[in-house]
Design a protein around this ligand. Structure first.
Ligand SMILES: C[S@@+](CC[C@H](N)C(=O)[O-])C[C@H]1O[C@@H](n2cnc3c(N)ncnc32)[C@H](O)[C@@H]1O
Length: 279
């Protein structure tokens, strides 16, 4: 089975016309793959899928959750977290309050990584963390802060690279125990974040396509990693404008390792390593 250009348009317009969701500016290639998965998983034809979208609002919510890609991990791309540790967070050490927004937080591993790093830098108490996503199911997992253990052994390697080791001085080693932040329950195959971390972030549903800044604060740091890669160039520019407007002067935007700011928006930020500082 393939998703033709016509199927794709039918899907996009059915969603747009019968719900608040607009996927018309997502990257076509990856969205077509997700539509194909939905058709296969639900054993539907494009005609029956479109008909259900038009007539069943609950089904629309299910479909939106199924077409988003939610892959994430603790301290994903450790080199980016080293940039945060050595080059970004120290800039905020004299702030009374630090506002951080995780846009597209998925199941929360990025948020817990930030909480751990902030605590190691003695910045956690002064920080307000906002975490948003279009998909409320993944945010429910984020709030619970519980992940599979055996499936995610890389989390511990990443923790070591970012929290224990210093890539600029290999003689320095901070022997921070994992159980300072999470319990490793091998018997029930779980990594459970401590409640002191779980209680800290404000989680809120937010759609980067249609919503303005509904958090009503400005930010020192925005992380939107591995999200705009699914958007076309025009939508990327619109979302970058939203972030630019809602960052404080010299505030910082962190994108995914393989995401860059191109075109006219490049001049609005100064790139330093993996970090983009507002001009
Ligand atoms: C691949 S995950 C990235 C998770 C995390 N930021 C990371 O880099 O590990 C992408 C997330 O973006 C969310 N997303 C996709 N479209 C969105 C939109 N329009 N508004 C808000 N979040 C969106 C998805 O639901 C998904 O959880």
């Amino acid at each position: 089975m393939i998703v033709t250009d016509q199927d794709y348009q039918l899907f996009i317009y059915a969603l747009k016309n019968s719900s608040k969701y607009d996927f018309s500016q997502y990257s076509e290639k990856s969205l077509k793959r997700r539509i194909l998965k939905v058709l296969t998983d639900h054993q539907l034809t494009i005609t029956s899928l479109v008909s259900r979208i038009k007539n069943d609002p609950e089904f629309v919510e299910t479909i939106v959750k199924e077409i988003t890609v939610n892959t994430t991990e603790l301290f994903r791309d450790p080199q980016v977290w080293q940039t945060l540790r050595f080059n970004v967070l120290p800039r905020f050490k004299n702030n009374n309050v630090i506002n951080i927004w995780h846009a597209g937080c998925s199941t929360g591993q990025e948020v817990y990584s930030m909480l751990i790093l902030l605590n190691e830098q003695n910045l956690l108490e002064r920080t307000k963390i906002y975490a948003t996503d279009i998909n409320t199911d993944v945010m429910d997992i984020a709030k619970q802060g519980e992940y599979r253990y055996r499936f995610n052994l890389s989390y511990l390697d990443n923790f070591d690279k970012v929290i224990k080791e210093n890539p600029y001085n290999y003689d320095e080693y901070n022997d921070v125990p994992y159980d300072k932040y999470f319990a490793l329950d091998k018997a029930s195959d779980a990594i459970r974040m401590h409640s002191v971390l779980r209680g800290k972030p404000v989680f809120k549903k937010h759609d980067l396509v249609t919503d303005i800044n509904t958090l009503y604060v400005k930010f020192d740091l925005i992380l939107c990693r591995n999200v705009i890669i699914y958007f076309n160039y025009e939508l990327q520019c619109r979302v970058l404008d939203l972030f630019h407007q809602n960052l404080y002067e010299s505030g910082c935007l962190m994108l995914g390792l393989h995401e860059t700011i191109l075109g006219t928006h490049a001049s609005k930020f100064q790139k330093k390593g993996h970090a983009y500082f507002k001009n």
